[in-house]
Every structure is written in C-alpha cells, then in structure tokens.
Design a protein. Structure first.
Length: 123
C-alpha cells in the first residue's frame, strides 16, 4: 500500500524494470480514515509487509488482525522511539539492519518463527 501516487508509480516502474511485477503487489490507497485497513482486503494475502510512511502503528495493528499472518514484516526507521511500543509481534523474531549510508537509521525485519522464512533467523 502506498498513499503517494508519484512514489507508487516510481515503485511500479522499478518493479517492471526488474521484471518483478508478477511477484509483488503494490496498491495505491489515498490517505483516509481507514487507510491502514486496506491490507485486510489484499488478495492474495501478503507474504511480506513493508511498514514505511504514514500511520505505521495503525498498519501494525491491522497486520496483527489478518487471518493469515505474513511470513515477514519489514519496519523502516525502526530506531525511532515512538515506534518501540508497536513493534511486538507474537510468533515473530527480528533482525535489525543498520543503514551505513544514512546513520542512525535502522530497519527491523520480523520473521514468523513457524513460517517459510524462519531459516533466515539462523543464517
């Protein structure tokens, strides 16, 4: 889901150039009262959810309500203090990735411990 139409177009073009259009679904959803709830209607259910941009806490809450939880959740700018209380996903372990170019930025990858990507946690 992406609310910014220009960024949405840029991401879609990058996916087209990388021949990844068929492997990734990106949705343009304008900001609104229930912007984050759109994920519940995603078909097929997402394997990976990227949390970046607006309403991150509400997006995290919506993910937790999905009937089929994603295999992985990637939270950008995870170093921000105000996100710490929202970054707890039962059944997931995480790994942090520091941005060496723009410190002190960090992304946190949550991987479902019983999911198809669980081997990443031990690699």
């Amino acid at each position: 889901m992406e609310h910014d139409s220009d960024w949405y177009k840029q991401v879609c073009e990058s996916l087209r150039v990388a021949s990844a259009v068929h492997a990734v679904s990106v949705y343009h959803v304008p900001l609104g009262a229930d912007y984050w709830s759109t994920i519940a209607d995603a078909t097929p259910a997402p394997d990976l959810v990227l949390i970046d941009g607006r309403h991150r806490k509400a997006c995290a809450e919506a993910i937790l309500k999905l009937p089929q939880p994603p295999a992985a959740i990637l939270w950008d700018d995870a170093q921000r203090d105000w996100y710490q209380c929202s970054m707890h996903f039962d059944g997931y372990q995480h790994r942090d990735f520091l941005d060496e170019v723009h410190p002190p930025r960090m992304s946190r990858l949550f991987v479902r411990t019983d999911g198809p990507l669980a081997h990443w946690l031990t690699a």
